[in-house]
Design a protein around this ligand. Structure first.
Ligand SMILES: Cc1ncc(COP(=O)(O)O)c(C=O)c1O
Length: 397
């Protein structure tokens, strides 16, 4: 179907929830995608931090094909091996002892919110239900997770919101200390705020939150839906800070492109869930878990994590160099292959100009260009991004 016809049919048959770029992507390989007309694009979006192994990674394809031939779905009424194997792999490489699987980042956060509430309810009674989240955060689009999201634009029109959430400015420990009360069940945040404009947490802030939560038996929840699975150069971003949460959520990169989310927790926190308290029909599905296992193995055994870390440093340095040369760049922030470049002007037209030069990038909160390529990205591909960006931004000075 030609792109223009597809656009018209999409407008006619789909709900109007996305402002789409007018290209139709039909296939991908490595860090490149191709549109219907055969044009090639260098992909620094990667499905918004999803395709960590790149497009069409042979190990991921093989794992999905093998599992598809064997069993697609069986329900959590029964045991299935891929689910347990993926949980074991995640536990072996994280602080966590137990995993609950679902299908998206928002659902993983729903599970985390429910787990924290139930933990506090059982231990301290029904009055302890509040969760402190951060301003500019992003936790999803379900009712509880959009309430947890500290951005009015995400909440507007959906009131009444879910009760029991309060907000504090990011990277401000004393604000959280002041917000804590006898009602506080949990503190929830992203170690690097992604959608909110790529803001990295300070080490002292996270350490302070850890101490505060420990001293009051408040659960610390890290939303690693965007930062997890090697995105920041370590398997999970919390490793950079030397601060482990009680609960961590994953999504996006976990399935390498298949929809899967996970809520990981310590034994103590996880014990708040018992049969009948939480469930998901598709959660832990054999196909998505086989994909997740291939992602974890490729990241760890295939040294991809190491490559991503090196490329993240290279990208961060290259973007900083651009900042030093171009006054239109206000700040460069990020960790690993989650980098943001804040401009002094709106970034939308920059994204469009990059597209015309065969480069996919994303803009968040109006002025922040975001770069989240696959971890297989190469130095030459990063050089190409920097070159195109330099051309496009220089035009605007
Ligand atoms: C940090 C974070 N949490 C949660 C979500 C929601 O994930 P999903 O869109 O899979 O529901 C996102 C999505 O961008 C995210 O970046």
């Amino acid at each position: 179907m030609p792109t223009e016809e597809l656009r018209q049919d999409t407008d006619q048959y789909l709900m109007n929830t996305y402002a789409r770029t007018p290209i139709s992507i039909v296939r991908g390989r490595g860090s490149r995608v191709y549109d219907l007309e055969g044009r090639e694009y260098l992909d620094f979006v990667a499905g918004i931090a999803v395709n960590v192994l790149g497009h069409a990674h042979p190990d991921l394809i093989a794992a999905i094909q093998k599992q598809a031939q064997q069993l697609l779905h069986a329900s959590n009424l029964y045991y299935t091996e891929p689910q347990t194997k993926l949980a074991k792999a995640l536990v072996e490489h994280s602080f966590a002892k137990k995993v609950f699987f679902c299908n998206s980042g928002a659902e993983a956060n729903e599970a985390a919110i429910k787990l924290a509430r139930r933990y506090a309810h059982q231990k301290y009674g029904a009055e302890r239900y509040e969760i402190i989240t951060m301003l500019q955060s992003f936790h999803g689009r379900t009712m509880a997770t959009l309430t947890a999201t500290g951005q009015e634009k995400v909440q507007k029109g959906f009131e009444p919101l879910v009760p029991g959430f309060t907000y504090a400015p990011f990277n401000n420990l004393s604000a959280v200390e002041q917000a804590v009360s006898s009602k506080t069940a949990a503190v929830m945040l992203e170690p690097v705020q992604g959608e909110g404009g790529v803001h990295v947490a300070d080490r002292a802030y996270l350490k302070g939150l850890r101490e505060l939560c420990r001293s009051r038996d408040i659960l610390l929840i890290f939303d690693e839906v965007q930062t997890g699975m090697g995105r920041t150069g370590t398997l999970f971003a919390y490793e950079h800070f030397g601060v482990a949460p009680d609960i961590m959520t994953l999504g996006k990169g976990l399935g390498g492109g298949l929809p899967i989310g996970a809520c990981l927790a310590t034994d103590e926190a996880a014990a708040a869930f018992v049969p009948g308290t939480h469930a998901s029909t598709f959660g832990g599905n054999p196909l998505t878990c086989a994909a997740g296992l291939a992602v974890v193995r490729t990241l760890l055994d295939g040294r991809l994590l190491e490559q991503g870390r090196r490329m993240g440093e290279y990208l961060g340095k290259g973007l900083q160099d651009l900042k030093d040369r171009l006054p239109i760049v206000k700040e460069v922030r990020g960790l690993g292959l989650l980098q943001g470049m804040e401009l002094t002007v709106d970034g939308k037209s920059v994204v469009t100009d990059c597209l015309a030069r065969g480069l996919l990038i994303n803009c968040t909160v109006d002025r922040v260009l975001r770069f989240v390529p696959p971890l297989v990205i190469t130095q030459a591909e990063i050089d190409r991004l920097l070159d195109v960006l330099s051309q496009v931004l220089s035009k605007r000075i």
